[in-house]
Design a protein around this ligand. Structure first.
Ligand code: PHE
Length: 450
């Protein structure tokens, strides 16, 4: 018997559970490896300050916007736009979000698989099994990439099959505190190591001469990706939220958690890079820039852990890659939930089947990318660098000029009675109608033609 579209969509059990799930979506590989190196190559604390401004001025308003659309309609992104306006174009915006989710998930799963395989690389290295460690660490090996992508997707599908409260909420409630605990322990250990101060200085001493248009754009792009905005992840998570809850407060918590964890990750990664340099590990590329992204995480850090050697190296290595895997998993969950909720709502397919079908379809793309990892950059560019801000822009235009900011403010009123005539709603409306769209158009123009 097929489920009717609205039957049993699921709801969050508690406000805390929702906040952890949304923070889990936001906190991911973007926070732990991308943020710290962006900061390092862009003037340290100067980047941090601009990033926080971007998050507060653009990220937070757009997050509140997505949550309002989701909770007001209790639908997936496509159904939500259809429910709020007769305009035939906007459901396509929802569909674009679903597509971005599918495509981002297809390559994110591979990188997540690398983090997971490195838990084993660390163990094999400790046991002196260098051959096995080398095999797993070889990203040129499509079979290894595919196997770990399959494993990671398998875990993600299992959680999504469990549903909103029993799957997503239960899993993130377990994983997020663990992630914070590991991050805090590792950071406290690293910052007190002799030699850590140089890294802390690069990270925390603002070099304001580095603030350029390009830096602002980098910070904004990072904000979109890191807060999971522009593809309807928060429309979907918002659709399971009760009318009792305060959207503005929840969005503020999620944003704070995301920025806080990115900041902590910087405190861990930056000193670690310099500790590695002190051990003779190369940390700059040919042109004098920091080795960012995969090279930083999968070369520099394992070398450092190996040089530390013994039980300490093993413990730090395993904890670090386990931490990254947890962060990635709470993000892949949200990436799979978006297309799954679309299939459940719009095609009346039961959750367990929908999660499996969607997960396996995305896996087909992941396996193709596993054997052609050069595609990661292309897919990332189209669906996250361009795709997310484009989605965010269209969401702002939709609320500002079609659904109207007043309707969104009415939605926020549930769970937040006093908001009606506050300065906050007027300011938020101006941001959604003018400030956010104009700034996003500038970023997009810069990434496309700059
Ligand atoms: N926010 C996640 C990260 O920082 C990535 C993500 C983007 C997740 C879009 C969901 C939607 O890694």
């Amino acid at each position: 018997m097929a489920t009717s579209p609205t039957e049993n969509r699921g709801t969050w059990n508690s406000k805390f559970g929702f906040i952890l799930a949304a923070a889990g979506s936001a906190v991911g590989l973007g926070n732990i490896w991308r943020f710290p190196t962006e900061a390092a190559s862009n003037g340290g604390a100067a980047f941090l300050i601009i990033y926080i401004i971007c998050v507060a001025l653009i990220g937070l308003p757009v997050m509140i916007a997505e949550l309002s659309i989701g909770r007001s309609t209790q639908k997936n992104p496509v159904g939500a736009f259809r429910a709020l306006s007769n305009n035939k174009f906007f459901p396509l915006v929802g569909f674009w979000g679903v597509l971005c989710g599918v495509m981002i998930l297809s390559f994110y799963t591979i990188i997540a698989g690398w983090t997971f395989s490195h838990v084993f690389v660390e163990i094999f290295t400790f046991m002196g099994m260098d051959g096995a460690a080398g095999l797993l660490a070889d990203f040129g090996n499509g079979y290894i990439n595919a196997i770990f992508a399959i494993l990671f997707m398998g875990l993600t599908i299992l959680i999504i099959r469990g549903g909103v409260s029993e799957g997503i909420e239960r899993a993130t409630k377990l994983m997020m505190p663990l992630l914070v605990l590991i991050l805090v322990i590792m950071t406290s250990y690293v910052i007190f190591q002799p030699g850590a101060t140089e890294g802390l200085e690069v990270y925390l001493k603002p070099d304001f001469s580095m603030i350029t248009g390009e830096l602002v754009l980098a910070a904004l792009g990072q904000a979109f990706f890191s807060l999971s905005l522009g593809m309807g992840a928060l429309i979907t998570y918002g659709s399971y939220l009760s009318k009792k809850e305060n959207i503005v407060e929840a969005a503020s918590f999620v944003t704070l958690a995301d920025v806080g964890i990115a900041f902590l990750a910087g405190l861990l990664i930056m000193p670690t890079i310099f500790l590695a340099q002190a051990q003779g590990v190369e940390i700059y590329d040919g042109s004098g820039n920091f080795l960012a992204g995969p090279a930083l995480i999968f070369q520099i850090l394992p070398e450092l852990f190996a040089q530390m050697g013994g039980f300490l190296g093993l413990t730090l290595g395993v904890s670090f890659f386990f931490l990254l895997s947890l962060a990635a998993l709470t993000s892949t969950i949200s990436l799979l939930e978006v297309p799954t909720s679309y299939i459940i709502d719009e095609h009346g397919i039961r959750r367990k089947k929908a999660a499996l079908y969607v997960g396996l379809s995305v896996l087909v793309i992941s396996i193709i990318i596993s054997f052609n990892t050069g595609l990661i950059d292309v897919v990332d560019y189209v669906f996250s660098v361009i795709g997310l801000p484009l989605g965010g822009l269209l969401i702002c235009i939709f609320i500002g000029y079609f659904w109207k900011t007043k309707s969104a403010v009415d939605e926020m009123k549930h769970g937040f009675k006093d908001i009606r005539d506050s300065w906050f709603t007027s300011l938020w409306s101006i941001f959604i109608k003018f400030v956010c769209p104009i700034i996003i158009i500038i970023i997009l123009a810069q990434s496309l033609f700059g």
